[in-house]
Design a protein around this ligand. Structure first.
Ligand SMILES: *[C@@H]1O[C@H](CO)[C@@H](O)[C@H](O)[C@H]1NC(C)=O
Ligand SMILES: *[C@@H]1O[C@H](CO)[C@@H](O)[C@H](O)[C@H]1NC(C)=O
Ligand SMILES: *[C@@H]1O[C@H](CO)[C@@H](O)[C@H](O)[C@H]1NC(C)=O
Length: 341
């Protein structure tokens, strides 16, 4: 049995079968998506997270009511922006100053912002050109407010990858490569992470001939993919390392990946999107990223990860998209997930 010795609320020593390692408690967070017309108010949601000892949350935009109740909650926040604000943030430093003034400064004493994300999955796309200028203006505005310790980043999906197999051959598409190179240089200089949405579920459903469900669900105890000296037992690590390979190819050796979303739907795709599979995936995801195994390319460290999502959201596109939640809107669990490892 593993013993957990906590000295402060944030840092714990884990005695791991006699081996000593240092880990952060509450490493795994959740995405607080709000695309539902039947969701409980933020006060009840934040109370629910506290009751589950979940200490990190990602907000897709600076929702006023959520930020109000997050103050003093002990729950750290990744704060997103509305994609529609991206162009103004990019072109107008005073817009960025006002944004920080309104959405960050009032809370900065009582909320730890782990990152501000300029844009969610906008690369590739029409808005991609605005990402780096928006990141620069937000960083400048935070600096002027003496909040330079808050990292600024952006959130990408694996659509930025042109090649992802094997992981060592991971690279950005030709189209996004110049954009990702400039962003990577910014992140490396600022020692900020890249936020990446990592979904073995989508990789699996689009390539079921070549990928086994066992590998996608963290269920294999054997190496499934050999990549030079490295061996992969699960698709999550393979995808994450493909992004690390892509970062390395544009000078981002030092840039750390935070997994801003991962999850598995529990309904509306036959025998793949079932409660049993979603429960297996999310429990094994949390155990994996909380442990010190890391990925084969970046071993020996836990991986900051945010499960998608707290709720089933009925205003998302019909189908599996509406069934990624750990909870129904009435705050009953869809299935149980163990957050405290
Ligand atoms: C499976 O992999 C082979 C080669 O490794 C490839 O030709 C084929 O297109 C892949 N299948 C799918 C559905 O992508
Ligand atoms: C994965 O493993 C769990 C036990 O950890 C088991 O209950 C489940 O049936 C397995 N699923 C698949 C698809 O192998
Ligand atoms: C909550 O909602 C789910 C899904 O609609 C339903 O199955 C369950 O019975 C509800 N629980 C309560 C306590 O109302």
């Amino acid at each position: 049995m593993n013993q957990l010795l906590c000295f402060t609320s944030a840092f714990c020593l884990i005695l791991f079968h006699g081996h000593l390692s240092i880990a952060e408690a509450g490493l795994v967070g959740v995405n607080y998506g709000m695309l539902g017309n039947n969701l409980p108010p933020p006060s009840e949601v934040i109370a629910l997270l506290k009751s589950r000892q979940i200490t990190r949350v990602r907000l897709f935009d600076p929702n006023y009511n959520a930020l109000q109740v997050l103050q003093g909650s002990g729950i750290d926040v990744i704060l997103g922006i509305l994609n529609q604000d991206l162009q103004n943030l990019a072109s107008d430093l005073s817009f960025a100053r006002n944004w920080v003034q309104e959405n960050v400064i009032p809370y900065s004493e009582a909320v730890t912002f782990r990152c501000i994300s300029a844009g969610n999955e906008v690369i590739p796309g029409d808005l991609a050109v605005h990402v780096l200028p928006a990141m620069r203006n937000l960083k400048t505005a935070l600096g002027e407010a003496n909040l330079e310790e808050i990292p600024v980043s952006t959130t990408v999906s694996t659509a930025v990858l042109g090649n992802s197999y094997p992981p060592s051959r991971g690279e950005f598409t030709k189209e996004v490569s110049p954009t990702m190179k400039s962003i990577t240089e910014f992140l490396a200089a600022a020692k900020s992470p890249l936020l990446v949405n990592v979904y073995p579920y989508f990789a699996y459903i689009y390539d079921q001939q070549n990928i086994s469900l066992t590998y996608a669900l963290f269920n294999s105890s054997e190496v499934v993919v050999k990549d030079g000296q490295l061996g992969y037992k699960n698709l999550f690590d393979a995808i994450t390392d493909a992004v690390y390979s892509a970062l390395e190819k544009v000078g981002g050796n030092s840039v750390v990946i935070v997994v801003s979303e991962s999850g598995w739907p529990s309904n509306e795709n036959g025998e793949i999107a079932t409660i049993a599979n979603a429960q297996t995936y999310n429990n094994k995801l949390i155990a994996h990223v909380s442990g010190a195994s890391g990925t084969p390319k970046r071993p020996g460290r836990s991986i900051d990860t945010y499960v998608f999502a707290i709720f089933n959201e009925n205003l998302k596109p019909p189908g599996t998209e509406q069934h990624f939640g750990l909870y129904y809107p009435n705050m009953t669990e869809v299935y149980h997930v163990e957050f405290t490892q």
